[in-house]
Write a protein that binds this ligand. Structure first.
Ligand SMILES: Nc1ncnc2c1ncn2[C@@H]1O[C@H](COP(=O)(O)OP(=O)(O)OP(=O)(O)O)[C@@H](O)[C@H]1O
Ligand SMILES: [Mg+2]
Length: 508
């Protein structure tokens, strides 16, 4: 069995026809998958020392959300370094990045695996990987044939990247002045319609100098979006300064924002720059802007209008050049009507409001994000594989996620710990029981609790869970100065939901 001229020609035609489509890579990968009778096939994009799947066949759906770093994946590193087709020995003990991720194949030990680096000129732009359960599966194909396949695929990828660049707004042709080297540059995962729309808006707004107000429920990724806006702006080489307005006691807030001079107040023993000065020529991210005291709102407005400010205790005005990005999870318009937030400041800040949709409205992204966090967990806990069972995936997709992406991230971390504690193996599979649902709301214990032997058969799982919640909430409440709003914040749940839960648990 070899690759016929016909099948290669058909692939070439497929590639050309598909170039303009969003699903072009899926069609290409499906063709290769069938022509070579693979069990798992993937096209990966290489950037910043990591591989990102562009299309897969035969792999779990959450793989599309995973990011495979070279450091964590020796097979991929070998492919990245090879410069030519790599055939891994069937019994290679290098872990396979898709271990546990081929549905119905729990463990991927002895199997056939071929990797092909893809180049554009001299630079590595991606890789094509083929996996087969039969150890001799790819032996009939010569290196020569596989090279043709790789160069067809590499050409398609290179052209597609070029086309994407052409479709971007002209300003993005200007290379950003500075690119942080580390790949910790947080990526916004998601392909759902609202997230694609949001990414497009970010691309348009970022290069302008206008203020941006990011709105959205807690945990939706507002901070991530602020970072993306800064990174894609002309100020990217200058600092992005973070200020959490909610954590500012009113007494020090003015000095935090605008700085102070020596002797301005008791304890002011040195001159000190405020966040505005630190952010000069860069960006100031005012997080939780809705919590900014009214007195400071007036002062902030003044800086936005005139670009000058005064340090506390000084008469001289300083001029600053700062771009403001603000974020809040409050209903800020309601705060305006209730007189808690200045209307003029609101209008000034919301030249460009960006609305981040709640996770429950992003359907298909949930599974991508779950995969993304599984992969992070795998690295973090040094596991061989962290797979999400289809049943657990389905459960996550239908949960309501009041704490949004943050809640999903924590749920995956905790489920991984639970699953690992249970299986004591380095290959972990997350099953529905590692997550527990309570009225549509996902409840996951924070730590594997231990019980005395006599307790074990006495309580149903439901009652044990409720007891855990009762104790845990009670403790956090006690250490939050008995303030429910603060308890909700620390538990990262919606205050309304906490209120209802506390009543249900008999705490109120
Ligand atoms: N689209 C995404 N892709 C990857 N990670 C995400 C995404 N959205 C959110 N996260 C992650 O979820 C967590 C919460 O996000 P973030 O802190 O940006 O939320 P937020 O909207 O600022 O919430 P809050 O209003 O509570 O401050 C972070 O760890 C962030 O990295
Ligand atoms: Mg935030």
């Amino acid at each position: 069995m070899t690759l016929s001229v016909q099948s290669l020609a058909a692939l070439a035609v497929e590639i050309q026809n598909g170039l303009q489509n969003r699903d072009r890579f899926t069609r290409l990968i499906n063709s290769i998958h069938h022509a070579l009778r693979c069990d798992a096939t993937a096209l990966l994009r290489y950037e910043n020392r990591q591989f990102r799947p562009l299309a897969t066949a035969g792999l779990a759906p959450d793989v599309m959300g995973r990011r495979f770093s070279l450091e964590a994946h020796p097979r991929l590193e070998a492919i990245a370094r090879a410069g030519d087709v790599v055939r891994f020995p069937a019994d290679s003990d290098l872990p396979d990045p898709y271990d546990g991720l081929i549905p119905d194949q729990q463990e991927l030990h002895v199997h056939a695996c071929v990797g092909m680096p893809l180049f554009s000129g001299q630079s590595l732009i991606g890789a094509l990987t083929l996996d087969g359960m039969n150890a001799a599966q790819f032996d009939p194909y010569s290196d020569e044939e596989l090279r043709i396949l790789a160069s067809l695929t590499g050409g398609a990828l290179s052209n597609a990247l070029l086309l994407d660049r052409l479709e971007e707004p002209a300003s993005s042709f200007v290379p950003p002045p500075h690119r942080p080297e580390d790949n910790e540059e947080a990526e916004i995962i998601g392909e759902s319609v609202p997230i694609r729309h949001l990414k497009k808006e970010i691309g348009v707004i970022a290069p302008s100098d206008l203020s941006v107000l990011i709105l959205g429920e807690t945990g939706t990724g507002k901070e991530l979006i602020a970072q993306a806006l800064h990174r894609q702006s002309t100020r990217a080489a200058m600092p992005l300064i973070y200020l959490n307005c909610a954590a500012l006691p009113e007494t020090v807030a003015e000095s935090e924002l605008f700085g102070h001079v020596k002797g301005a107040f008791t304890g002011a023993i040195h001159d000190r720059k405020g966040k505005f000065e630190l952010a000069d020529k860069g960006t100031l991210f005012l997080d939780e802007i809705g919590e900014l005291p009214l007195s400071l709102q007036a002062k902030l407005l003044r800086v936005l209008q005139y670009g000058d400010l005064q340090r506390v205790g000084e008469d001289r005005a300083l001029t600053v050049d700062v771009r403001i990005i603000a974020a809040t999870n409050l209903d800020i318009r309601r705060a305006v009507t209730e007189g808690k937030f200045r209307a003029d400041l609101y209008h000034r800040l919301s030249v460009f409001p960006l609305f981040v949709p709640p996770l429950r409205e992003r359907g298909e992204d949930i599974v991508l994000l779950a995969g993304f966090f599984c992969e992070k967990c795998r690295s973090k806990f040094g596991l061989q594989s962290v797979a999400l069972s289809p049943a657990a995936g389905a459960q996550l997709t239908t949960a309501s996620w009041p704490g949004n992406v943050r809640e999903l991230e924590h749920a995956i971390y905790r489920a991984t710990l639970m699953a690992q504690a249970e299986s004591r193996s380095r290959d972990v599979v997350l099953l529905p029981q590692h997550f527990s649902l309570d009225g549509g709301r996902l409840v996951v214990p924070t730590a594997p609790a231990t019980f005395t032997a006599s307790e074990l058969p006495e309580r149903s799982l439901h009652e044990a869970t409720r007891q855990f919640q009762r104790d845990y909430i009670q403790q956090v409440y006690q250490t939050s100065g008995k303030v429910w709003a603060e308890t909700a914040r620390r538990l990262e749940v919606d205050p309304g939901n906490l209120h209802r839960l506390a009543r249900k648990l008999g705490l109120k």
